[in-house]
Design a binder for this molecule. Structure first.
Ligand code: SAH
Length: 250
């Protein structure tokens, strides 16, 4: 079955990316496998090739210019938290094979899909972990080990800060892909971000071909170590998001 990948190719070109034939083939297989698995398991609400190419593949690739502008991805350690069916991490890995990618996902059927997909695409330098971010953030192998921690559509910014920032090394970055509520969410998360050792560097507006909705990349720099008591135990960040009161108590 051969599907048209025109939307992806044109959108990638707009991002300054000339996809090679093997990369296009990898995306074609990713799309086919995602749509096939989706008929059996609910991996994603997006079920049309056009949606997959724009809302999944290009949306993920829209992180690339900001990441390249901050030191590139060659040999970098990148963790994608709550990656679901691999977004944004795997499309980035397909176009930047030299990055080292860890995919973290709490739902088993999704990690099963990711493992099958990584094998199908014969990707190297990808680790799939079935866990919650809070657990990883307390493990020496993962805590403050990553150059980049990414997430899309996982939690509001106050909660996401507690998932992502413990994983980022000093001088590294957390990147959250957000919609129109990004400015308000970031404002609400200001105390949480500072408490966890982050500093908001920029809210970068991004546009995707054919989509009117506002999108932002929230870029947070890790400027101080995360205090040892964070992240709190599994479930706590979402149940009781960090607030300015927590800052005063620390
Ligand atoms: N990032 C993907 C999936 C978004 S859905 C995308 O944008 O398409 C959110 C996913 O995050 C779900 O698959 C859920 O299982 C996972 N998730 C939520 N909280 C998590 C946590 N604390 N640790 C790991 N995964 C989490």
């Amino acid at each position: 079955m051969s599907a048209s990948m025109t939307l992806l190719l044109e959108g990638a070109a707009r991002l300054g990316l000339a996809l090679t034939p093997p990369q296009v083939e990898a995306f074609r297989r990713y799309q086919a496998m995602l749509l096939a698995w989706n008929r059996r398991f609910n991996l994603t609400a997006i079920t049309e090739p056009e949606g997959v190419q724009v809302r999944h593949f290009l949306d993920a690739l829209s992180c690339l210019p900001a990441m390249r502008a901050r030191g590139g991805l060659e040999g970098r350690r990148v963790v994608d938290v709550g990656t679901g069916a691999g977004f944004p991490g795997l499309p980035l890995k397909i176009v930047c094979p030299a990055m080292r990618l860890t995919l973290v996902e709490a739902t088993r059927k999704k990690t099963d899909f990711l493992r099958a997909l990584v094998a199908e695409l014969a990707l190297t330098g990808v680790t799939v972990i079935h866990a919650r971010a809070e657990r990883l953030g307390r493990e020496a192998l993962h805590r403050e080990r990553y150059d980049w921690a990414l997430a899309r559509a996982v939690a509001e910014m106050r909660v996401l800060a507690e998932y992502l920032l413990p994983l980022v090394r000093l001088g590294g970055w957390a990147l959250a892909q957000k919609g129109e509520h990004a400015p308000a969410e970031v404002q609400r998360a200001a105390c949480a971000i500072t408490l966890l050792g982050g500093e908001v560097e920029r809210l970068e507006p991004v546009t995707l071909p054919g989509l009117a909705e506002e999108r932002f990349l929230v870029l947070v720099r890790k400027v101080a170590a995360t205090p040892p008591r964070y992240p709190r135990r599994e479930g706590m960040p979402a149940k009781r998001p960090l607030s300015c009161t927590d800052t005063e108590r620390s």
